[in-house]
Each structure stands twice: as structure tokens, then as C-alpha cells.
Write a protein that binds this ligand. Structure first.
Ligand code: GLV
Ligand code: MN
Ligand code: MN
Length: 416
């Protein structure tokens, strides 16, 4: 008799998984094969409903919590045991791809279907979760659903965070939940037996090495800041340059000084300024205010602390005429995954006959916040050209199926 884990891996359907990924990619499709599916948008709702329908058709039960995290449960032989949790997120970047996040949710659903098709029961229930707002593209920061669920911060922390059109996260969440009152509700939080998230690598390492699977060992730390530079708006034609308090010019000085401070010859540190809002944002008014974001990442907690803590003084030291307000919005400490979950994934990849590499994640993930709750790990599949947060993001049908096979095998090992 073929062992059950092998049967589950073999039962993963490359066609079903690929077709579902492509179907989901139609919701919020943008030119160039990309996806724009903001958190708690109509597209997010449509995507969730479709995934729920597929899950119900596979016999799973659906529930949602106060953060709109969505759970799809395949019951275990012993319902009193803590479940094994797997999943990822369904929201995308504004110019995102077809795989970031949604892959982990659909790979989890595929694993449930594979268990069904192979006629296998597990001791523990397996739950597939879609965490709310992992990207932080509409409402910053990301990982709100998993942070609230894991007790990292109260859900109300982000009530007043507004999107570009002034809609707050609190209002969008309330509106969304009001449309989900037909769904069974569950408490926010839990103690799963383990959490395992499948995701695209979003970097170049697996492809460059010609490997099938990434066995993820941990995630580097991230800190997000906003810097608001306050000056005074003035007439571009009449205000003498020497008398101006030009927020854009001081912002440029601040960013230049930060670039110098963050320079890392080894190119391990990641420092990104990617969003700039200027007021009044006209060609012929000197800017009265400029706001920019900072995304800082490093695998070493000490470096992350030292560089992040230095931001305020560097910005203030660079300003010539303006003042600044600096705030930190997001802190995700560098984490290492549970060695036993890492080993489970490595063994599952080997048993499937896939080549694999142990590697850390440069991107943050909901898994970062599950580490404090239960043994946690991740599975990566290769990303073409290492491209992500871009419509060109791509992994092949064979690659997405390979990750789901390793996931199915690992879930059997974890759920018994
Ligand atoms: C996740 O999307 C990240 O920015 O790492
Ligand atoms: Mn993601
Ligand atoms: Mn992402």
C-alpha cells in the first residue's frame, strides 16, 4: 500500500490549482497579467466568496472572525484536538501579481481537496486561513489580520488608518463584516497545533539555483516609519528662495542623508522610500508639507534597532528650514521558524523527489506573527526572474503544484 502522505501529494491536481489561480486573477485584473485587489474592496469580497464556494463544495466549513480573517475547516477524526493551520492572504499590491498571497490560500484549499480525493482522514482538523490586509497597500501597515489574531496588537489599533480616499480601516472593516453576517462567526485568536504558509519566493535564489522548493528558515525584521516634513507653501514665482520653507527641498535633504546612513556595502540592509505625498501638490506652489514612508529591513535585530532608532536624528539633522514629525507604524522582529516544522517541510520536499534549498525570507508574511502562537514554518516556490509586487510575477503550473504537494505532505505529517 502506498503511504498516505504520498497519496495526498499525488492527488494534488496541477490543473485544478492553476485554473483556480487564473480564475482569481480575473478579479481585479490589470494590464500586463497583474492584479489590483485591495484589502476589503469589492474585489476582495468577490474573491472571498468564490473561495468559500469552492471550500464548501469540498465539504469544508467556513467561518470569519472580527478582523474578517476567513477560515475554511476540514474536520479531523478528533475535533477536540488543536487544528493545523495553513494559508496566506488574498489582498494584493495596487500593481501586484497573480500569486503573492492568493497562492498560499489556494494551495491550502488544494491540499484539502487532495486529501479528499485520496480518501484520507487526519487526526487533527486542518484549517485554511485567509488573513485580512497582509499587504498594507490600501491600509498601512500590513499583517493587520494576523497581528490582531496573534495578540500582537489590539484590532482597534488601526481603526483610524485611512486609505488614499479617506476611508478608514475601521469603517471598511465594519462595512465588510456587515456583509458577512450570514457567515458563522468565530473568536479572534486561537492556539493551533502548527501553522504552515505556502508562498512564492519573491526573490531570485530558487530560480538561479534551478531548485523546486524553498524550505524557509525565518524572516528578516521590518520597521515602517512615516516622516512628515512641515514647511510653508508659497508662490513659486514671487517667494525668494532664501526666504522659503520648502518641504520638498528639505525632504530631498532628509532622504539623501538617510541613504548615506543606511548604505550597506554588503547589500543586506534594505532601505526603501516609495511613497511620497506633497501638499498642495501643484507646480506653482512651494510645497508646504511633504510626507514620505520608510520601509527598513534587516535580518539582524541589533542592526534593525540601531538603524531604525537613528532615523529621527538623521532626518532632523538634514533639515534646513522645516520641522519634521517622525512616527513608527510597524515593527516585525526578525524570527526563526520552528526547527521541527522546518524539518517537516524539508522531509516532505525530499519525499516528493523535489530539490530544495533552506533560505530565509526577505518579504514579511503573516507567518511572522504566528511564531509567538505555535510552531510555524513556510514553503517557497520559485519566482520567475525573482520578480514580485509587479504584474510580471510568475511561477509555472508545475511549480505551483510542487509547492502544494509539499504542503499536502507536510500537513499530513503535522495533522497526523
Ligand atoms: C509583503 O508584502 C512585504 O512587503 O514584505
Ligand atoms: Mn504575500
Ligand atoms: Mn506582498
Amino acid at each position: 500500500m502506498i503511504d498516505p502522505a504520498a497519496r495526498a501529494a499525488d492527488a494534488v491536481s496541477e490543473t485544478r490549482l492553476w485554473d483556480r489561480l487564473m480564475r482569481l486573477a480575473q478579479i481585479g485584473a490589470i494590464p500586463g497579467d497583474g492584479v489590483n485587489r485591495p484589502c476589503l474592496s469589492p474585489g476582495d469580497r468577490e474573491a472571498r466568496r468564490l473561495v468559500m464556494a469552492w471550500a464548501r463544495a469540498a465539504g469544508a466549513t467556513v467561518s470569519v472572525d472580527a478582523a474578517a480573517n476567513l477560515f475554511l475547516r476540514r474536520e479531523g477524526a478528533d475535533p477536540t484536538l488543536a487544528p493545523v493551520l495553513t494559508g496566506s492572504h488574498m489582498d494584493s499590491q495596487p500593481e501586484g501579481g497573480r500569486f503573492d498571497g492568493i497562492y498560499g490560500v489556494l494551495a491550502g484549499l488544494e491540499a484539502l481537496s487532495a486529501l479528499d480525493d485520496a480518501g484520507l482522514a487526519t487526526q487533527r482538523a486542518i484549517e485554511v486561513v485567509a488573513w485580512t490586509n497582509e499587504e498594507g497597500g490600501r491600509f498601512a501597515p500590513g499583517c493587520m489580520g494576523s497581528m490582531a489574531w496573534s495578540g500582537h496588537a489590539p484590532l482597534s489599533t488601526w481603526d483610524e488608518v485611512a486609505d488614499q480616499s479617506g476611508v478608514t480601516f475601521g469603517a471598511a472593516l465594519a462595512e465588510h463584516l456587515a456583509l458577512e453576517t450570514d457567515l458563522p462567526q468565530r473568536a479572534l485568536g486561537g492556539r493551533p497545533h502548527a501553522y504552515l504558509e505556502a508562498h512564492i519566493e519573491q526573490g531570485p535564489l530558487l530560480e538561479a539555483a534551478g531548485l523546486d522548493i524553498g524550505v524557509v528558515t525565518g524572516i528578516q525584521g521590518s520597521r515602517w516609519f512615516s516622516v512628515t516634513v512641515n514647511g510653508a507653501s508659497a508662490h513659486a514665482g514671487t517667494a525668494p528662495v532664501g526666504l522659503r520653507r520648502d518641504a520638498v527641498q528639505d525632504m530631498i535633504r532628509a532622504i539623501n542623508a538617510l541613504n548615506a546612513m543606511m548604505h550597506d556595502p554588503a547589500d543586506v540592509l534594505r532601505f526603501t522610500v516609495a511613497r511620497i505625498d506633497v501638499t498642495p501638490n501643484t507646480s506653482n506652489s512651494v510645497a508646504g508639507r511633504a510626507r514620505f514612508t520608510i520601509d527598513l529591513r534587516h535580518p539582524d535585530a541589533a542592526v534593525l534597532k540601531q538603524k531604525g532608532d537613528a532615523i529621527e536624528a538623521v532626518v532632523r539633522g538634514a533639515l534646513k528650514t522645516c520641522t519634521a514629525v517622525i512616527a513608527e507604524h510597524f515593527t516585525a522582529d526578525p524570527i526563526g521558524f520552528d526547527p521541527s516544522v522546518v524539518e517537516t517541510v524539508a522531509q516532505a520536499a525530499a519525499a516528493c523527489g523535489f530539490s530544495a534549498l533552506r533560505l530565509p525570507s526577505g518579504a514579511f508574511h503573516d507567518a511572522q506573527f504566528l511564531v509567538s502562537v505555535c510552531p510555524t514554518g513556510m514553503i517557497f516556490i520559485p519566482s520567475r526572474d525573482g520578480v514580485s509586487h509587479n504584474p510580471a510575477e510568475y511561477s509555472s503550473p508545475r511549480q505551483v503544484a510542487a509547492g502544494a504537494r509539499v504542503l499536502a505532505r507536510s500537513l499530513i505529517a503535522l495533522a497526523g
